[in-house]
Ligand binder design. Structure first.
Ligand code: WTA
Length: 649
C-alpha cells in the first residue's frame, strides 16, 4: 500500500468548549454546498474590504481561465495592514520577530504600515511601477514581509525565490518573470553562521543579459558585499529615509499579485501565478475557519519560509488580512539547541502552530524529553502541511506538543491551489490521524480511476481531482497558458483539475492523500522534480546519463536517489566523484536538491520507446524485490544494476 495507509480507527472528537468558540461551524458545509457562488461572495464581502464591490462572483466562461469577483477593486496591502490601523488596532502586535541569534523586534500594525509605505516609496523611487515584477531573495526577516506587501500595494507582482536556492536557480526565475528589481540581503544566519546571499544575486546577474536594473540590499549579517555602482543600493539608504506615507490605490480583483515557481514534471520550473481578490479571500477564510484564528487573543506561528507558498498564504496574506499577531522565526530548529521552537512557543505564548510532518518526525527522533522541558500549555490548535502525515507522527504531535487535547488540522493544498482545500475543521470534525479527511466548505473534490470514473469504494486508490473552480486557484503558468491547460485540465478533460496526487477513501468517507503520482518528489515538504535534478546531473562533464527517483525516507518523507552512468564507463570512479556530483546538484539547484545517494550504474532500465522505468529504480532504492520487468527493452539491465551495486561499485 502507498504511504498514508493503513487507516487507523482511532478518532478524536472536538471538545464541547472548543466547538463552542470555533470560527468554523458545521452549518458552513450546508451553506457552501447549496449555493457555491453565493457562499464565496459572502466570504469575500465579509472578510475583505473592497474599494469597489464586484458585480459577478465567478466568470468561468473562458474555462479553465477563471475570473473571480469580476469588477471588484481592492488593495491587498491595505487589507493586510492599513485597515487594521484605521479600525483602532494600530497598537496590536503584527510580528514578534525572533532572530536566530536571539535578537528580537516587535512590530505593531502601526509600525508595519509605516514599514510597508516606506518600502513602497523606495521601490517606486527605483522605478518599480504597477505591473512590473520584483524578485525577492531574502531570509526570514520582517523586511521580507514589508517588501511583499509593498509590491502588493504598488500592484507590482512579486516573485519570491527561496533563499536556499542557488544562483542558477535564481537566474532562471528572474529571467522567466523578467524582474526589474531584486530585493536581497547581504547574508542570512543559518545554524549560527552568516551565509552570503548577495553573492548569489551577483552571480545570477553576472551572465550579461538580464532584465534587472536595481538591486536593493538589506543589511542583515554585516558580511562583506560588493555593491555595483549604479545598480545596487542599500535598504538603509533608500527605504529607511523614504516617506512613511503612501497611497494604496485599488487594483482590479484579477490583477496579478505574485508569481511563485514550483517544480513540475519537466526540468523547467513553472511560474504559478495568483491574482488578488480571490486569493486574499480564500487565504483569510481558511486561516479563520481551519486554523481557528481569533485575532484578538491568539498568537499564531507558521514555521514555513516565505520562499514557499505556505509562507505566502499563511504568514503574509491570510493572517495579516485577519489582523493576527504572529511569530516569525529566522533560523533552524536546532540552533542553538534542539528545544529552540518550544522555547519560542513558551516565550510568546503561541496558541496556534502550523508546521510540516518532516519537522515533527525530526522532533520525534530528537526525543520526547526535549519538548517536555517547556510549558506548551498555550497551544490550542496544531496544523500540518506539505506532505502526508503518518499516524505515528500525528499521535506524537498531539501527545507531546498538543498536551493530548489540541486538535490537529492536516491540511492538503498546493502552490497551485493557493490556499487550504482539504482539511478537518477543528471545531466540527472527528479527527482521524493520517487523513486530511474532507474538502473544506466551498471546495469539491473527487477521486477518479484511470478512466476518469469516480471511485467511492473504500481503499480503492485513484487520482484526486477538484471539481469546481475556487477563488484562490492559480490563474495560469506565467507566460505559458498552454502548459497550464495541459498540466492541470487535460488528464480527465477540462471539467476536472488534476492535482497530481494519489488518493483513496476509507470506510468512513475520509480522503487519504497518498503522495504524488507524477515525477515530482516531496522531500521534507519541498517539491522537487526528478527531471530538474537529472538535468543538473547531466550538466556535469563526467555524467553521460542520469535517472532520479524519490525513495521513502523515515524523516524527510522522500529522499532523492540518483542513478548515473559515467562517461568512460562505471569502472573508473571513486567516492570523490559521487561527492562531487552531490555538490554539483547543490550548486545548480540548491542544497535541498542534493541526492541522499548516487549510485553509479552501467545501464538504466528503459522501455522500448526509451522511457526510463523509474518504478524499477525505486524498487532498488528502497531495497525491494524488483517488480515486473516485462516492458523493458533489455530485461538483463536490472541484473547488471544489482550486480554492480552488490560488488560495491
Ligand atoms: C503534498 C504545499 C498530503 C501533495 C502547500 C501536494 C500533502 C504537494 C499535504 C503540494 C497533506 C501538501 N497531505 N500531501 N496535508 N499537503 N501535500 O505546492 O503532494 O509545495 O500536491 O504546496 O504537497 O506542494 P506545494
Amino acid at each position: 500500500m502507498p504511504p498514508g495507509g493503513p487507516s487507523v480507527s482511532q478518532s478524536f472528537a472536538p471538545s464541547p468548549e472548543f466547538a463552542a468558540q470555533a470560527n468554523g461551524k458545521a452549518e458552513l458545509y450546508d451553506e457552501a454546498s447549496t449555493e457555491h457562488e453565493e457562499f464565496w461572495a459572502k466570504q469575500a464581502r465579509d472578510r475583505i474590504t473592497w474599494a469597489k464591490d464586484f458585480d459577478q462572483t465567478l466568470d468561468w466562461s473562458d474555462a479553465p481561465f477563471a475570473k473571480w469577483y469580476v469588477g471588484g477593486e481592492l488593495n491587498a496591502a491595505y487589507n493586510c495592514v492599513d485597515r487594521h490601523v484605521e479600525a483602532g488596532n494600530g497598537d496590536r502586535v503584527a510580528i514578534h520577530f525572533e532572530g536566530e541569534g536571539g535578537d528580537t523586534r516587535t512590530i505593531t500594525y502601526a509600525d508595519l504600515q509605516k514599514d510597508v509605505a516606506k518600502a513602497a516609496n523606495a521601490l517606486e523611487s527605483l522605478g518599480v511601477a504597477k505591473g512590473d515584477r520584483v524578485a525577492i531573495y531574502l531570509p526570514m526577516i520582517p523586511e521580507a514581509v514589508a517588501t511583499m506587501l509593498a509590491c502588493a500595494r504598488i500592484g507590482a507582482p512579486h516573485s519570491v525565490v527561496f533563499g536556499g536556492f542557488s544562483a542558477d536557480a535564481l537566474r532562471t526565475r528572474i529571467a522567466d518573470a523578467e524582474a526589474r528589481v531584486v530585493v536581497t540581503a547581504d547574508g542570512q544566519f543559518r545554524r549560527g553562521k552568516a551565509a552570503p546571499l548577495k553573492a548569489a544575486v551577483d552571480a545570477a546577474l553576472d551572465s550579461g543579459d538580464n532584465p534587472v536594473e536595481k538591486v536593493l540590499v538589506v543589511q542583515r549579517t554585516k558580511g562583506d558585499v560588493e555593491m555595483k555602482e549604479g545598480r545596487d543600493v542599500w535598504w538603509h539608504d533608500v527605504v529607511d529615509t523614504a516617506s512613511d506615507e503612501h497611497t494604496a490605490y485599488p487594483h482590479d480583483s484579477e490583477h496579478p499579485l505574485f508569481i511563485l515557481y514550483t517544480s513540475g514534471t519537466t526540468g523547467k520550473p513553472k511560474g504559478i501565478f495568483h491574482t488578488t481578490g480571490g486569493y486574499l479571500t480564500q487565504c483569510a477564510y481558511t486561516n479563520s475557519v481551519v486554523h481557528d484564528l481569533h485575532p484578538e487573543t491568539d498568537v499564531y506561528w507558521c514555521t514555513a519560509d516565505i520562499g514557499w507558498v505556505t509562507g505566502h498564504s499563511y504568514i503574509v496574506y491570510g493572517p495579516l488580512a485577519n489582523g493576527a499577531t504572529q511569530v516569525i522565526y529566522e533560523g533552524t530548529p536546532d540552533t542553538p539547541h534542539q528545544g529552540r521552537w518550544w522555547e519560542i512557543v513558551e516565550k510568546y505564548g503561541v496558541t496556534i502552530l502550523y508546521t510540516a510532518p518532516t519537522a515533527i518526525r525530526t522532533f520525534m527522533k530528537w526525543g520526547d524529553d526535549i519538548p517536555a522541558k517547556y510549558n506548551l500549555s498555550s497551544l490550542r490548535v496544531l496544523g500540518s502541511v506539505g506532505e502526508p502525515i503518518n499516524p505515528e507522527a500525528w499521535l506524537w504531535y498531539r501527545k507531546n506538543i498538543g498536551g493530548d487535547k489540541a486538535p490537529i488540522v492536516d491540511t492538503w493544498w498546493q502552490t497551485e491551489t493557493g490556499a487550504i482545500m482539504i482539511s478537518p475543521l477543528p471545531g466540527v470534525t472527528d479527527l482521524e490521524p493520517g487523513s486530511a479527511q474532507k474538502p473544506i466548505p466551498g471546495i469539491s473534490a473527487e477521486i477518479l480511476d484511470d478512466e476518469g470514473q469516480p471511485l467511492h469504494d473504500p481503499e480503492a486508490v485513484g487520482y484526486l481531482v477538484l471539481t469546481k473552480p475556487w477563488p484562490s486557484m492559480l490563474r495560469g503558468i506565467w507566460g505559458d497558458p498552454e502548459r497550464y491547460k495541459e498540466t492541470y485540465w487535460s488528464r480527465f478533460g477540462d471539467k476536472y483539475y488534476f492535482a497530481g496526487d494519489g488518493a483513496k477513501y476509507d470506510e468512513k468517507g475520509n480522503i487519504w492523500l497518498l503522495g504524488r503520482v507524477d515525477d515530482v518528489m516531496n522531500v521534507s515538504g519541498h517539491r522537487l522534480s526528478t527531471a530538474e535534478i537529472e538535468s543538473a546531473l547531466v550538466s556535469h562533464p563526467t555524467v553521460a546519463e542520469a535517472a532520479v527517483v524519490g525513495a521513502s525516507d523515515e524523516t524527510t518523507g522522500q529522499a532523492v536517489v540518483a542513478f548515473v552512468i559515467l562517461r568512460g564507463g562505471a569502472e573508473d570512479h571513486g567516492d570523490d566523484t559521487v561527492q562531487e556530483l552531490r555538490n554539483h546538484v547543490a550548486k545548480e539547484i540548491g542544497p535541498i536538491a542534493k541526492p541522499r545517494s548516487i549510485m553509479v550504474v552501467p545501464e538504466l532500465p528503459k522501455t522500448r520507446s526509451g522511457k526510463i522505468m523509474r518504478r524499477l529504480l525505486r524498487d532498488v532504492a528502497e531495497n525491494r524485490e524488483v517488480g515486473d520487468v516485462t516492458t523493458l527493452a533489455d530485461d538483463s539491465v536490472m541484473n547488471l544494476i544489482k550486480d554492480g551495486m552488490s560488488s560495491g561499485k
